[in-house]
Design a protein around this ligand. Structure first.
Ligand code: IPE
Ligand code: IPE
Ligand code: MG
Length: 243
């Protein structure tokens, strides 16, 4: 990887393709999800090694409740198992774990486990790993506006600013993603970070999430490094900024 090019500070990934990975191998979908969870460990390490500060992973969307009950229930079990078994390892590697999403639909035991895992790793100064669970971009925005108006009722009826809303969004503690990756071949956002992806560089790959390894990550970063991020300005203006 070229050393003089900037690495993204924040990478957000839709981890898609677990089911197809399993199906190709004549295995049940949950086998793909298990392998998918293992890849979270691989990817966290790879990101930390590359100097990436924030890795955000879409694990379960607000729409995924529509899946067969059995798959939802197995996914919940897997989430619990991963928290119980992986947090010690994350802590050892100085990773700070965050979970974003509407936790009100999870069972109280799982919510407690999430909170405990976040507390254990809260002071860590390495990679911030955010797992989006029962997360939806639309939920995030509505939830933020609702909380803003509850806490600052004097703002009701006024034009709100982005700065006023920002602290109430789920990812208020992180810069916006520089690079968005979706594995599994679909080219859509599926209600992931709608607000925060406004100016992210988008990268879509047919590689299925269980196959998305460090080499695949390097390809995505290399693609990112070739982009010119203009944020509305012209290419000529950006040239002036660089010199
Ligand atoms: C992504 O893999 C994981 C979750 C949504 C929980 P999928 O389960 O969507 O895998 P495909 O898209 O069916 O292959
Ligand atoms: C998006 O994947 C959500 C997660 C990876 C958690 P899906 O597989 O649920 O997305 P759609 O339904 O194909 O858009
Ligand atoms: Mg999918």
């Amino acid at each position: 990887m070229p050393e003089n090019l900037p690495v993204p500070r924040h990478i957000a990934i839709i981890m898609d393709g677990n089911g197809r990975w399993a199906k190709k191998r004549f295995m049940p979908r949950i086998a793909g999800h298990k392998r998918g969870v293992e890849m979270i460990r691989v990817m966290s390490r790879a990101c930390a090694l590359r100097g990436i500060d924030y890795l955000t992973l879409f694990a379960f969307s607000s729409e995924n409740w529509r899946r067969p009950e059995e798959e939802v229930s197995l996914l919940m079990d897997l989430f619990r198992y991963a928290l119980e078994h992986e947090v010690r390892n994350l802590h050892k590697n100085n990773v700070r774990l965050k979970v974003i999403g509407d936790l009100s639909r999870f069972d109280p035991g799982l919510v407690q486990l999430i909170q405990k895992s976040e507390q254990i790793t809260a002071q860590n100064t390495g990679l911030t790993l955010t797992v989006a669970a029962n997360y939806g971009g639309r939920w995030d925005m509505l939830h933020a506006v609702t909380r803003l108006l509850i806490q600052r009722p004097e703002l009701a009826g006024q034009d709100l600013t982005e700065q006023q809303l920002a602290p109430y969004l789920a990812m208020h503690y992180a810069p916006e993603p520089d690079l968005f990756i979706r594995t599994g071949g679909e080219q859509r956002i599926s209600n992931f970070l709608l607000w925060q992806l406004a100016y992210s560089e988008l990268y879509f790959t047919p590689t299925l999430w269980p196959d998305f390894d460090a080499a695949a990550l390097d390809l995505a970063i290399a693609s990112y490094q070739q982009r010119e991020r203009r944020f509305g300005r012209t290419s000529e203006q950006m040239e002036v900024c660089r010199t």
